[in-house]
Each structure stands twice: as structure tokens, then as C-alpha cells.
Design a protein around this ligand. Structure first.
Ligand code: AMP
Ligand code: MN
Ligand code: MN
Ligand code: MN
Length: 305
């Protein structure tokens, strides 16, 4: 749902650390130029872009918090959980990022093998690496690499013809239950927010997220219409959840670029979120960290592959 005027906080952005087209500094600069005052970087399954973005935001006098977008699963469905305010040096979080990067590397190889079986020859992991650089590999990189090679006319065509979930079982993410994702974020002292809930979710699935300790929902997102915003706004009030928003900026196409500064939180909606984050990382939270650390110690079995 496009909002009126420039928003205050854009809390959902991708950089070259995952499948974004711009470096962390460039993403912060673009938001700054559009009048955004508060920003978070939320790359897929990595915090590698956070410290650079933090410096860039600081240099421009912007509010900043760390972030990550975790690919989690619930009953076989992929659910994205945003973690804000996470400690980027947290061992469990870094272990998760390292293991997931390895998984995604293997997954990219499987996807390329599957594409070759579907007749896409002369396409290799090297073509994808040229696009991803050091970034955590995602399907966006594969789509762009296919476009670079002239195999499709657009990134959209790559998804529509080859890479969409339903067309490519090889693209399935590994099992990483939402309970594990939320515990991981809490162990790293972050708050756990359900990303772009538009297409998720039955009542039971929402209850499972609440039972797992979900702290909030992303209300404002390019994929949300007014009805979705209203529904999740009501649910958030009912369950005392935080609400967030952002552009899900990736760069690399026109629509994305114009989303910067248009999706996110106005100042009055941003303040409760900022206060909750500030409270979370203060000293009295230490016992909670210990508790969360215990919760997360059972996670290693998900890293086994
Ligand atoms: P991955 O994390 O590798 O599964 O890739 C998921 C990412 O691919 C999403 O965050 C989007 O950036 C992108 N994506 C997924 N589905 C589509 C689609 N149908 N069209 C364009 N981009 C998509
Ligand atoms: Mn993405
Ligand atoms: Mn997402
Ligand atoms: Mn995203």
C-alpha cells in the first residue's frame, strides 16, 4: 500500500551482501537522498552488510539498527522472519549464516543442474558468481545471470518460466523451523518480526508463530494492499505485537528504486518500535539472553547437512 508523503523509517533493505544490487553504503545513501531518517539492512541469511551500513547511516545522522531476513519454514512453507537489533557478533547467528551460505551454494549448483536438464545449456555457476560476487547466493542472482547470458528477456521472465517455487523443487530452502528462527534471533538479542505476511497464513500458522515468541509483524510492504494492512494491524493490537514496514529494496529494477521512501513507517509508528528495540538491548535483558541461548543450543541439528 503506497503511503502518503515520504516515510520516516525504511526497515527492509537488501544489499550486495545478499541479492541487492547496491552496496550497503549506496543503499543508505539512496534512502538518505529520499528523505528517509531511519534505516535497517535486512539481507537474506547474513549480517555481512550491517557494519558498513551502520557507518554510512551514522555519517549521515540517520537512526540505524542491524537486521537480517531469515528463510524459515512452517509445515513445508517458506516463511521469512526479520530480526532487528541483533548482535552481529553473536556466535549462534554467525554459525547460522555460515551454514546457510554453504547450503545456498549447494542449492545454486542443484538449481543449475536442474536448469540444464530443462534445456538451459551453456550456463554455469561461474555465470552466477559473476553476478553474486561475495553475496549470499539467491535466485535473483541466477535470474540476473540468465538475463546477462541472453537466456531470458527479463528477470521476471526467468522467474515466471524457470525459477518460481512451483516450477523448481530444487529451489526449496532447507528446513529451518520458525521456532528455531525466532529462538536464534532472540539469542542474538533481536526482535523477531514476520516479514510480508500477505500470503502467509492460516489462523493456525499465525498461532504457531505467536507460540514461538513472535514479537511483531511487517505491516507496510509493497506486496500489501489496504486489506492486508488492516488485518495485520488488528491482529497486532489484539496480540500486543510490534509493527514495522519497509520497501524490501533490492535495486536493479525501476519499480524497486521508486519504492525507496514510499514504504515503511511514519514517525509516530516508528517510535514504539525504536523504544522496544532500545529496551531490548539494555542491561536488564541479560537473563533473557541466557534463556534464549539455551533455547538455541538445540539448533545445531538443523545445521547438520
Ligand atoms: P531465494 O532466497 O534464493 O529463495 O530467493 C528469494 C528471492 O527471490 C526473494 O527475496 C525475491 O527477491 C526473489 N523472488 C522470489 N520470487 C520471485 C518472483 N516471482 N519474481 C521476482 N523475484 C522473485
Ligand atoms: Mn531477495
Ligand atoms: Mn522476503
Ligand atoms: Mn526481503
Amino acid at each position: 500500500m503506497p503511503q502518503r508523503g515520504t516515510i520516516y523509517a525504511d526497515l527492509h533493505n537488501h544489499t550486495t551482501a545478499s541479492d541487492g544490487a547496491f552496496t550497503p553504503t549506496e543503499v543508505v545513501q539512496r534512502a538518505f537522498e529520499r528523505g528517509v531518517k531511519a534505516i535497517a539492512i535486512t539481507d537474506h541469511d547474513t549480517v555481512a552488510g550491517v557494519e558498513e551500513a551502520r557507518e554510512a547511516a551514522k555519517a549521515r545522522g540517520m537512526w540505524f539498527t542491524s537486521g537480517i531476513e531469515i528463510s524459515a519454514t512452517l509445515e513445508g512453507r517458506e516463511i521469512h522472519i526479520l530480526g532487528y537489533g541483533v548482535d552481529t557478533g553473536n556466535k549462534a547467528l554467525l554459525d547460522y549464516a555460515r551454514e546457510t551460505r554453504a547450503y545456498r551454494d549447494n542449492r545454486a549448483e542443484s538449481i543449475i543442474a536442474a536448469l540444464q536438464e530443462r534445456g538451459i545449456k551453456k550456463f554455469s555457476i561461474r555465470d552466477v558468481r559473476e553476478v553474486s560476487g561475495e553475496g549470499v547466493i539467491g535466485r535473483q542472482h541466477i535470474a540476473k545471470a540468465m538475463w546477462n547470458k541472453g537466456l531470458v528477456k527479463s528477470v521476471r521472465e526467468a522467474f515466471d518460466k524457470y525459477l518460481a517455487d512451483e516450477l523448481l523443487p530444487e529451489a526449496a530452502q532447507r528446513e529451518f523451523p520458525i521456532q528455531a528462527a525466532i529462538a536464534l534471533i532472540h539469542a542474538a538479542l533481536g526482535v523477531a518480526i514476520l516479514a510480508h505476511p500477505a500470503r502467509v497464513i492460516s489462523g493456525e500458522q499465525f498461532d504457531a508463530l505467536l507460540a514461538a515468541g513472535l514479537d511483531g509483524v511487517e505491516l507496510h510492504h509493497p506486496s500489501h494492499d489496504t486489506d492486508v494492512c488492516q488485518l495485520y494491524s488488528i491482529l497486532a493490537k489484539e496480540h500486543d505485537l510490534l509493527t514495522t514496514g519497509g520497501s524490501d529494496f533490492h535495486g536493479g529494477n525501476k519499480r524497486d528504486g521508486s519504492n525507496t521512501g514510499r514504504y515503511g513507517l511514519m514517525q509516530e509508528d516508528f517510535l514504539p518500535f525504536a523504544e522496544a528495540l532500545a529496551g531490548r538491548s539494555s542491561a536488564p535483558q541479560k537473563p533473557m539472553q541466557k534463556h534464549a541461548q539455551r533455547l538455541v543450543s538445540g539448533l545445531t541439528r538443523f545445521f547438520a547437512s
